[in-house]
Design a protein around this ligand. Structure first.
Ligand code: AHG
Ligand code: MN
Ligand code: MN
Length: 329
């Protein structure tokens, strides 16, 4: 079996993998490692709840909107609670930005890290047994530990991420993450309660055939997007759209493809959120050799002005993103 870049084979337990990574950094204090373990553990709990949702009255809406004006599902709220509890107990994070919370959650502790999280991505698929996920970004705070968390700590561009990734609760549950040294995927074995390295040094094909976009919106899409879609149709591409960003992204990462959520009159900046959807996946895709852009700028260079800021997203195989961008010039 071929070794990963980090020198560990397929089947390596996540914990051993994290430990090995930490050993490569002589001055690492282990806090980032612990944060990744916290995410993995909360992911197990959410995975269990997602799996049982239909049986334990966890389906459906709570009957209230979140800050985005979107109908909150019971599992959105529950997943948010699970992750926030894990970070609060862990003590490594000093502040959390969550899709489900209007304000920054300041944990008032000596944690070094800032987390941005979409606790449950793919709300419209929660009740219908279609893949959903969790997306996370980790930043190091800029101000000294012990001082109050500042807006500069929180509003950092994606290029400052120290780690990012996602959990996909699909036909199997997988944790995919990067710390800036390639991308690795760990499949969860529920019978053992453990994640194992299943996808080493993931790379996205430079060119694929899949395009993923909610084409029903095409009457409202900018002209360059429609011209690119026409190019796809004329060039033997195939359409795949699940409607859970994390699931569409994961498929395209493995098979090659492009995911687009453009601007439109309804969503002038696109629908997806820069800090807890776009940046995390942009870091992963770049580490896998792909590309992420707004159509004409690199996602990870945007300096956020607001934690819930949105941005148009073109993400996936490098050549496909560049082709889509070429229609904007
Ligand atoms: P969330 O469930 O976290 O609010 O995110 C939903 C997002 C994303 O997962 C998906 O790709 C997109 O919304 C789908 O939007 P459309 O229904 O407009 O296609
Ligand atoms: Mn989402
Ligand atoms: Mn969500």
């Amino acid at each position: 079996m071929e070794d990963s870049r980090i020198g560990l084979p397929i089947g390596t337990a996540l914990d051993r993998f994290i430990k090995r990574f930490q050993d490569d950094f002589p001055y690492a204090t282990g806090e980032l490692s612990q944060l990744l373990r916290d995410i993995a553990l909360a992911g197990k709990v959410v995975n269990r709840e997602v799996n049982k949702a239909g049986l334990i009255n966890l389906s459906g809406s709570i009957g209230a909107d979140n800050i985005q004006g979107e109908d909150q599902q019971k599992l959105d709220v529950l997943a948010n609670i699970r992750f926030i509890r894990a970070f609060t107990k862990g003590g490594e994070a000093c502040a959390i930005i969550s899709e489900e919370d209007e304000n920054i959650i300041d944990l008032h502790n000596n944690g070094k890290y800032i987390i941005a999280i979409d606790p449950l991505d793919g709300s419209s698929n929660i009740d219908v047994n279609v893949s959903i996920g969790t997306i996370f970004s980790i930043y190091r705070r800029l101000s000294p530990v012990g001082s109050p968390v500042t807006s500069e700590d929180v509003l950092q561009p994606g290029i400052n991420q120290v780690a990012a990734g996602y959990l996909l609760y699909g036909s199997s549950t997988i944790l995919v993450y990067t710390t800036g040294n390639g991308v690795n995927g760990f499949t969860y074995d529920p019978t053992l309660g453990e994640y194992f390295l299943s996808h080493q040094d993931m790379t996205i094909p430079d060119l694929g055939k899949i395009y993923s976009i909610n084409e029903a919106g095409s009457l409202d899409f900018p002209d360059p997007v429609n011209r690119y879609l026409q190019y796809c149709r004329e060039n033997e591409h195939t359409a795949r759209y699940i409607g859970s960003l994390v699931a569409d992204f994961h498929r395209n990462l493995l098979k090659g493809g492009i995911y687009i959520y453009p601007s439109s009159p309804k969503y002038p900046q696109g629908k997806l959120r820069l800090m807890y959807e776009c940046n995390a996946l942009s870091f992963v895709v770049e580490q896998a050799g792909g590309k992420a852009s707004t159509g004409n700028a690199r996602i990870m260079e945007i300096v956020p002005a607001d934690v819930h800021q949105r941005c148009p997203l073109y993400i996936g195989s490098r050549s496909m993103v560049e082709k889509a961008e070429s229609f904007h010039q």
